[in-house]
Design a protein around this ligand. Structure first.
Ligand code: TYM
Length: 341
């Protein structure tokens, strides 16, 4: 049976990349699928976090999920650390995944930087925990942005190796040929890789030191307007066809953002704005972005004013999630040969 799972790290306020690359697809999938959306706080601590700030960010990201349209009545919304089975399965996956597989992860190389000896073991093992997040529910579809593709390939490798290594026990336990599904990455829409507003060759990211590089879901309308107006562009007017965006990363990025915000493809945006100069296009982009984001920002503010309400939603989600996770863990422990209590 199809099950959607995805998550975001509560390390910073969500930005437009998170929203357009993942969240809009999460919201849409609720109409067609059973969905679970997780705030991955255990992933957040793979790099040092201030505990007070972390606590606030977990609640703020939960509020952002709801404000963007994740409905806790339809989807299971919870945070990772409240469901201990994630960590339990992650340990087993640490023993399935190979050092060589993890050594190839580009996100680890980027985040660890030059001082790799000083990176946390958790940062290295990060993808095994991510695999556990997904597979502890035996989820089948994972909506994410482009940058998570490699992690999802690793998730499939772990699932496959587990299924192979324990094929006999899996069959004997009546689980058929494969215990874990090989989850499908769903990388969809015109903005699967939103770039920095300051540099079309860099991904929009929460770790960029310049706040002008990204639009945050908490930005005011004035800030959004300023950031869009200052966004880097080239001097040419917009092309009339998408082929004309090929060597123009900044133009391509802004057109992609406009397309994703209005729910159309790049072609439709260029049909409207092809030949226009950037000041006209940026004006329209500001209006569109403010129109789409202001209601979310307002709703986030309303929700974060009542942390008790957010905590209650998380608790309810965690209860549902752990009941599901426990079924998997019971079978996994039997499959690997542990003795039940
Ligand atoms: P994270 O927290 O970095 O990002 C959350 C989601 O936002 C997407 N994203 C982007 N999409 C387009 N353009 C961008 N500039 C951009 N920046 C971020 C990411 O692709 C992601 O979908 N490892 C994950 C969190 C995670 C997870 C999981 C995801 C942990 N366990 C299980 C799916 C399933 C991460 O760090 O995402």
């Amino acid at each position: 049976k199809d099950l959607v799972f995805s998550g975001m790290q509560p390390t910073h306020t969500l930005h437009l990349g998170n929203y357009l690359g993942a969240m809009v697809n999460w919201v849409r999938m609720q109409d067609t699928h059973e969905c679970m959306y997780c705030v991955v706080d255990m992933h957040a601590i793979t790099v040092a976090q201030d505990p007070k700030a972390l606590r606030g960010n977990i609640r703020e990201v939960t509020a952002a999920y709801i404000a963007c349209g994740i409905d806790p009545k339809r989807s299971i919304l919870f945070n990772q650390s409240q469901v201990p089975q994630h960590a339990e399965l992650a340990w087993i996956f640490n023993c399935i995944a190979r050092m060589g597989w993890l050594n190839r992860m580009t996100q680890f190389k980027e985040k660890a930087g030059k001082d790799r000896e000083n990176a946390s073991v958790g940062l290295f093992a990060y993808p095994a925990l991510m695999a556990a997040d997904i597979l502890v529910y035996r989820a089948t579809h994972v909506p994410v942005g482009e940058d998570q593709k490699q992690h999802l390939e690793l998730t499939r490798d772990i699932a496959q190796k587990f299924n192979n290594d324990f094929a006999e026990e899996i069959a004997a336990g009546g689980h058929g040929e494969a215990f874990f599904p090989l989850p499908e990455p769903m990388i969809q829409g015109p903005a699967t890789r939103v770039m920095s507003l300051r540099d079309g060759s860099k991904k929009m990211s929460k770790s960029d030191p310049s706040d002008y590089s990204r639009i945050n879901l908490t930005d005011t309308s004035d800030t959004i307007a300023q950031k869009v107006r200052k966004a880097k562009t080239d001097p040419e007017p917009l092309p009339t066809e998408t082929a004309g965006l090929a060597a123009r990363p900044e133009a391509d990025n802004l057109v992609g953002i406009y397309a994703a915000l209005s729910g159309v493809e790049r072609e439709a945006v260029l049909a409207e704005f092809g030949g226009a100069n950037f000041s006209t296009f940026k004006g329209a982009l500001v209006d569109l972005a403010v129109d789409r984001l202001a209601p979310i920002t307002d709703e986030m503010r309303r929700l974060t004013a009542d942390p008790g309400h957010i905590d209650a939603i998380l608790a309810e989600g965690a209860e549902k999630a752990s009941a599901m996770a426990e079924v998997t863990m019971k079978a996994v422990k039997e499959i690997v040969g542990f003795v039940a209590r």
